[in-house]
Design a protein around this ligand. Structure first.
Ligand code: ADP
Ligand code: MG
Length: 358
């Protein structure tokens, strides 16, 4: 019948391909912030400052004091699949960086106006450059005053995509997402100072000082009542017992962090999970923790867990936003962790809540 003839197959143009790929990586301001935070941490920064306008929809900037970018690398900075972090596919097994795909800046420069100011410690002056659709805008790098490190300024996110813009929440909602993410990063990296504020305001809405204890950062970010109710948790598998299991069922990991005691009564569960340095969502782990918790305390927990697995046991490459990870022996590992949490909740409670009651 008419209309049922097959349509011809054609290859998409480079620009369309880039737009589609960028849309997967950057869906809202917080995704851009996450990528820029990861880059700042990969650059060895000890201080990272964020400023936003309209929840990041109008403008967001991330300033770091990391190693900066060499002038010769600037033409490749936003090129897709260009990275300083990965050389071969095998490198993925023992990756020490958060980024590796060379996709974030390509995506950001495709969906927004991107300006970069950078200065490597050895350079005499800073350089300022704008990027559009992954390439340098003429006239190229211009000298400017700058401190050591790099600042990324992202203006008019989704300027050419009205649909995407309309799908975003209010400025307050998008800003809340950014603060939530930043709190998670701050807790997992007490060695780095973070700040976040609305552009033009003096007071940051989140501010942590490098070198503060994780527990103090939790107090700053989530408040005193959570910070007071924390029990430290620490586990290592296999512990000191000898493993007899065959090679293909043996696994190892460490986990450390804090869980709230049975006296804490949060209205919603807060799970901050970090696996091999990546802040991720791991619904399976959240569910098993919630279940473990529910048998001892009829309320929702606060849990921060920093899990380390051998590199060849995890795949961080399954999701475009690297939001979810997949790891081997998931079931065994989850039950080890939830057993340990149950054990902790059963045992003599040593949190601040009890001390103040006793
Ligand atoms: P990836 O992080 O996967 O390598 P990106 O697109 O996020 O890809 O970044 C591309 C490259 O730009 C990085 O490999 C790094 O060399 C450089 N870069 C990005 N952000 C920074 C930064 N804040 N400081 C120094 N170099 C950076
Ligand atoms: Mg990156």
């Amino acid at each position: 019948a008419e209309g049922s003839a097959p349509r011809r197959i054609v290859s998409l143009g480079e620009e369309v391909i880039q737009q589609i790929a960028a849309g997967e990586v950057i869906q809202r301001p917080v995704n851009a912030i996450k990528e820029l935070l990861d880059n700042a941490l990969d650059a060895g920064s000890s201080q990272i400052n964020i400023a936003v306008k309209e929840g990041g929809k109008k403008m967001l900037s991330v300033q770091d004091n990391g190693h900066g970018i060499e002038r010769e690398d600037l033409p490749l900075l936003c090129k897709r699949h260009a990275t300083s972090k990965l050389r071969s596919f095998e490198d993925l097994d023992n990756l020490s960086t958060l980024g590796f795909r060379g996709e974030a800046l390509a995506s950001i420069s495709t969906v927004a106006h991107l300006t970069v100011i950078t200065k490597a410690a050895a350079a005499v002056a800073g350089l300022k450059i704008c990027y559009k659709n992954t390439v340098l805008e003429p006239p190229g790098p211009l000298p400017c005053a700058a401190q050591n490190g790099t600042t990324f300024i992202v203006d008019d996110l989704f300027y050419s995509n009205e649909q995407r813009r309309k799908a975003l929440g209010s400025a307050a909602e998008e800003y809340a997402r950014i603060l939530d993410l930043l709190g998670r990063y701050a807790i997992s990296r007490p060695d780095v100072g973070f700040s976040c504020k609305k552009q033009g305001e003096r007071r940051p809405d989140l501010h942590t000082v490098a070198g503060t204890s994780a527990q103090d950062i939790i107090r700053v970010v989530y408040g005193a009542s959570i910070a007071q109710s924390l029990l430290p948790i620490e586990l290592e598998e296999p512990g000191d017992k000898t493993i007899t299991a065959s090679a293909d069922t043996s696994f190892s990991f460490t986990a450390s962090g804090f869980v709230s005691c049975t006296h804490y009564s949060g209205r919603k569960g807060i799970f901050i999970i970090r696996i091999n340095g990546h802040i991720v969502q791991c619904r399976a782990l959240e569910h098993s923790l919630e279940a473990a918790y529910f048998s001892y305390a009829r309320n929702k927990p606060f849990i921060y867990l920093d899990v380390k697995l051998p590199g060849d046991q995890v795949d961080v490459n399954v999701h475009p936003t690297k939001h979810e990870v997949v790891f081997l022996h998931q079931e065994e590992i989850l039950s080890c962790i939830s057993d340990a949490v149950e054990c902790l909740l059963q045992g003599p409670i040593r949190c601040h809540c009890m001390r103040s009651i006793a």
